[in-house]
Design a protein around this ligand. Sequence first.
Ligand code: SF4
Length: 960
Amino acid sequence: MFKFLSREPLHDPLASPASGAATEVKTTTCYMCACRCGIRVHLRDTGNGPEVRYIDGNPNHPLNQGVICAKGASGIMKQVSPARLTQPLRRKQGAERGDGEFEPISWDEAFEMLTERLAKIRATDPKKFALFTGRDQMQALTGLFARQFGTPNYAAHGGFCSVNMAAGMIYTVGGSFWEFGGPDLDRAKLFVMIGTAEDHHSNPMKIALSKFKRAGGRFISINPVRTGYSAIADEWIPIKPGTDGALFMALLHELIASERVDHAFLKRFTNAPQLVVLDDCARQGLFAFDPNPEKGPPGDGRNPHNKLVWCKATRQVLNAYPEGIADGCDPALEGHYQLADGTRVAPAFQLLRERVAECTPQWASAITGIAAERIRALAREMGETALTQAFELPIEWTDAWGKLHKTTQARPVAFHAMRGLAAHSNGFQTVRALAVLMSVLGTIDAPGGFRHKAPYPRHIVPNYRAFNSPEMIQPNTPLNAAPLGFPANPDELAINPDGSPIRIDHAFSWEHPLSAHGLMHNVITNAAKGDPYRIDTLLIFMANMAWNSSMNTMAVREMLNRKDESGEHVIPFLVVCDAFQSETVAFADLVLPDTTYLERHDVMSMLDRPISEFDGPVDSVRVPVVPPSGQCKPFQEVLIELGSRLKFPAFTTAEGTRKFKDYPDFIVNFQPQPGIGFLMGWRGADGQSHLRGEPNPRQWEMYAKNDCVFQYHMPESMHYMRNWNRAYLDFAKEKGWRQKNDPVQLAIYSDTLQSFRLAAQGRTAGRRPPEHLRERIATYFDPLPFWYAPLEEAATDLQAYPLNAITQRPMAMYHSWDSQNAWLRQIHSHNYLQVNPLTAQAAGIADGGWCWVESQWGKVRCMVRHSEAVEPGTVWTWNAIGKADGAWRLAPGADEARKGFLLNHLISEELPFGAGTISNSDPITGQAGWYDVRVRIRPAAPEEPEVTFPQVATVPGGKS
Ligand code: SF4
């Protein structure tokens, strides 16, 4: 038994190996956060098998080049954590959910129990099984499992993380930040980071920033709080949370008014010159098109089509597709025109110009708190750096229309943004505004700007159609479309004939049409309400939904234990798979013990979320470096086993026998398309093919021998301008990364969004939103970016609750993952509310004093730190530091429970809407509005206990 309060070390990495024992170094991939650095695990033989001695960065790895962070180096403490779950557990008869009273069972019993239950659901009503996963890295497998099961009720954590960032950028430029693309700091001269403190791309960002600063680059951080990367910024521009979109609109106003935009880029590579119908008709706000059927069908928001431009040289309407802008054509970006049939039209850019005309720096200043002159100067600096400090690289490339470009144009202004923009109910349009700002400066996939990483850019809109009708859910039948996707028009929504949601989380419904990553934050609330129906089994993997991953935490805990009139739980069966005894485990009916990242195989696949670099695709793997502890089994193996027992077609041979022995076998042999598998390196029977080729039985061995990573270097001519780069587009199609090889024109104007608005306005035949959602859709599905106040503001008395409250993730702790980590706990065992001294003094709260933080939804008591690194209208704290007493096998009374706290108690997962409620999320994507809550603060009374509030009953530690 581990002793937390003992002075005895849990593990002594400096102790000598047993006499004569060998030491060994194995390489694998870190998973102490989502960054996926290469690591070397130093092992010693104890006589009882290998033991981890220490972990360092792998210098040969392309991502981190040997750099390791505090979390990565502390993996050893994860391995020996007392909070490990080591055997399957079943809730004891008579014990309540939340009590943590379990009895051990064997894996056979667990599989039999699950198989019997799931088989019944699959044979009757597959949607009654819901699979939701946290920050896992195998969504290609979990998504395949859900699809083969036949349930649409599947998603990972993206809906409560940063789907606004992914969707807002992908629907505009075809790619996004982090895994999908990022700032080219090797060639940038100005770097503007917005809404980012610590990043998913953690060590690579630190490496790039340090080189950038040494090379004399200028780094501006725009954030309500100055922490993390902002600490080394040349300038910190404080901004009020949820107002970034107003800043971007004002920057666009200034850049367009001063003509500091890349006109040539806009004309050739974006939809800025394409003509939009202005007349009051069923096609109002859509692009005009050539009615000649030989020019292709009218667009559906996904495919390039026969759009038109106005040629200023010849004063004629010309086709923009499929030929592209003809030689000698000078397409207008401004003005109003008439087509031959009298239809009034204007270039999309003209409409953008009109949109931002009112968005002056003075207007934005009143919203953001940034002085108007500072906004003007920022726009000037961005425009001048992009345009007058531009340079060309001697790299030839040919565009999608056959034009040879002798050089590649650099635009040395790079941006990076993440959850600070995304986690607001106005985040999608805010991110759209940023993407349009980056586009007008010509920085997309340009040297010094934003660069894609393979397999991006995707089509706008990506060719992933989700399922869209209840008939597609049939007993014992896989879904014939993916559970998740990117809708291009209302026909692609997952709705019933009456317009109501099909999914339990209401994703892809009229409530949140473009919810590409689902809405995990509403699953338990909706399931408890039976809205739109009751489910039977909820399988949660690696997500702490009974604590820091839910808004309104106490209510969610109550819902997990709620029973109906017949005494049955409203969520009848709850399965939790995790490696550690989190708060959520205590609520499970069945606990499946996962392995740590050092004990299993894993892939970071091109089918999912690879670790590609700007210059080419990269995928990587984990291989076991130590055996599993106890009876731990990787969740991947659980899925392969269940899929085989349930006889999913993809997991079963024509003769009805099991197709894959185990997860490594599945990874090598599963091919969604001929020659394409989960891993792209060392394919073909002889291992000599890359990217595409037949399965290679020795593929894992080759990865293990090569630092667990495969990197493919594309020729220089494919490094840039990949939205329109003929060689790259052909190559990407041939390798299976894209379905088509057509160019990806940037969507300055989104006819996709307009198609939803037209449906809401009742102008189009076909699907229309239910009455109560029409105004909402018509308002927010604006084809041009705009800023609106976060939705929670309209439901809040701002006089009573004047402050914004936000959280951020510290560099030394990834969400709640290392709550049990003996080393990392020493850095963050409790948290404070960080308050500007002016604000704290006005409220009468001393530095280190206790205070109450109240929102209209709830209250917490916590300690305060005065900090000048936060703008006066905002308070903030680290997320996921506070714990339920006893969870994670921390000693009762540990600082995490008594001094640590969560802001989640102040945030509601629902907002009032009409006569009912609706998810507290972005109305376009369903992204959780974590950072929209408004609060007030007051001192705690001297006689109050110096303990955080609320407290919950001590979790007994999953005892058996
Ligand atoms: S940033 Fe740190 S924790 Fe994250 S993968 Fe890299 S070494 Fe591991």
